[in-house]
Design a protein around this ligand. Structure first.
Ligand SMILES: NC(=O)c1ccc[n+]([C@@H]2O[C@H](COP(=O)([O-])OP(=O)(O)OC[C@H]3O[C@@H](n4cnc5c(N)ncnc54)[C@H](O)[C@@H]3O)[C@@H](O)[C@H]2O)c1
Ligand SMILES: [Zn+2]
Length: 403
């Protein structure tokens, strides 16, 4: 009589017959360029980028442009058409540039998404054609989703036009639109074909938006690069008056640090539960909602940084005094690091901002993972935050603002 196999052996035997592992990896790469006057006739960068893989071919492209950028740059559409005409032996821009709404409007559900997708259909954009997006982070997110999903992915070139999109969102691998009341509810991870950062686009931004985009640079300097933090501190006056050389370096270094994290952080498509570069972001996301998005993302991040920095001191991680130093830097750059919504109470008398921790935990997939500061340039991940210390940190910010 045959002996019964133990259960574990039975499972192994079953698996060896019925289980087949599919395993392959794909290397992703894309260039990020820093330039000025990308559509000037003398600037070859865009056509060279499009000809990178097939130099002899004439390349088809459809261009989408953020309407907000056209306010300070009303001639931009003509410049784009003139650039295409000048380089017509290499480029075939299949239609006049299509103007799309800038800001969160374009990410509101699928209305604009479908319209853009229809344009790709009408103009026969195939997997080897290009979809080019010129605009802020919202336009890049929405056009990026169109490019990633149409024909399961067409080549996508991004020309970010805000400080935030040049130093953070536009150089990364994510896209998305909002749906069912949730931000970025629908989206994909899809590396672009190339990113071209033109400093002249950010120079026409409103003052408030130029300042807001610098928060991400302070953030990444604090948790990754002490020398960069010292550089920001040393150049704070030039940055506060948006000196071109200073602003260009800040954007470039911030972009490099974000790119390094994506390439070498071990989790480019965020399948784990950590968001290591999201310093100051749990409170920032909540504050953005609490203010009905009156606060720009960067403005909320600056407040979140100030809060988590003071928390880092209160919890014994960071040396006392560093909090004042970091807050002063943010203020000298032009940020307000206080907002009354930090003290908003729910009907039950609880501090609403604390819900930000719960939201963050859910977004990460169950386990809380928050980056705090051990020293300037060195972030540290923690899995718990004490609510009483968060409230003390808020009181400290309030007292600081009042004095
Ligand atoms: N994909 C990612 O990894 C990622 C990361 C962070 C943020 N985001 C997204 O980025 C978006 C925010 O992006 P943003 O901060 O660039 O702002 P934005 O795209 O919302 O643009 C802000 C406003 O500026 C206008 N604008 C754009 N460029 C301009 C210019 N040069 N001059 C004048 N006006 C101009 C726009 O029309 C808009 O009205 C959010 O939707 C956010 O979810 C995405
Ligand atoms: Zn951010």
């Amino acid at each position: 009589m045959l002996m019964e196999l133990p259960k574990r052996r039975q499972e192994e035997a079953w698996a060896s017959v019925n289980e087949h592992w599919q395993r392959f990896s794909v290397a992703f790469e894309y260039p990020v360029y820093f330039t000025e006057g990308v559509f000037r006739s003398s600037n070859p960068l865009l056509w060279q980028t499009m000809c990178r893989l097939e130099p002899a071919k004439r390349h088809r492209a459809l261009v989408f442009v953020d309407d907000g950028l056209l306010v300070p740059r009303p001639d931009l559409l003509d410049e784009i058409s003139a650039y295409a005409a000048l380089n017509r032996t290499r480029l075939d821009f299949v239609a006049d540039p299509i103007v799309v709404p800038g800001g969160e409007r374009i990410k509101d559900g699928f209305h604009y998404f479908e319209g853009m997708q229809r344009s790709l259909l009408e103009h026969h954009i195939d997997r080897h054609s290009y979809v080019i997006a010129v605009g802020g982070g919202a336009v890049l997110d929405a056009v990026g989703l169109v490019a990633a999903t149409t024909h399961r992915g067409v080549r996508h070139i991004r020309l970010p036009s805000t400080v935030l999109s040049q130093d953070d969102s536009g150089i990364g691998v994510k896209n998305g639109v909002n749906n069912h009341g949730q931000k970025n509810f629908v989206g994909t991870f899809a590396p672009p074909f190339a990113v071209l950062n033109d400093i002249e686009f950010v120079e026409v931004l409103e003052r408030r938006d130029k300042i807001a985009g610098m928060a991400e640079a302070v953030k990444v300097a604090l948790i990754r690069d002490r020398a960069f933090f010292n550089w920001i501190e040393g150049n704070v006056e030039a940055l506060a008056r948006f000196d071109r050389a200073a602003l260009s370096y800040l954007i470039r270094r911030c972009a490099e640090l974000h790119m390094h994290q994506i390439a070498h952080g071990g989790d480019p498509f965020e399948s784990g539960s950590a968001r290591p570069l999201d310093y100051g972001h749990w409170a920032a996301h909540k504050l953005e909602g609490l203010t009905n998005y009156d606060l720009r993302h960067g403005e909320a991040v600056a407040i979140g940084i100030a809060l988590d920095t003071r928390y880092s001191v209160l919890s014994g991680l960071l040396a006392d005094g560093e909090d004042g130093r970091i807050c002063r830097l943010l203020e000298r750059l032009g940020f307000a690091i206080w907002h009354e919504q930090l003290e908003a109470l729910s009907g039950g008398g609880d501090h609403v901002i604390l819900e930000g921790l719960r939201d963050f935990r859910e977004h990460l997939g169950g386990e809380l993972s928050v980056t705090l500061l051990r020293e300037i340039g060195v972030g540290i991940e923690v899995h718990e935050m004490q609510e009483s210390l968060v409230l003390q940190a808020i009181s400290w910010l309030h007292r600081r603002q009042a004095s």
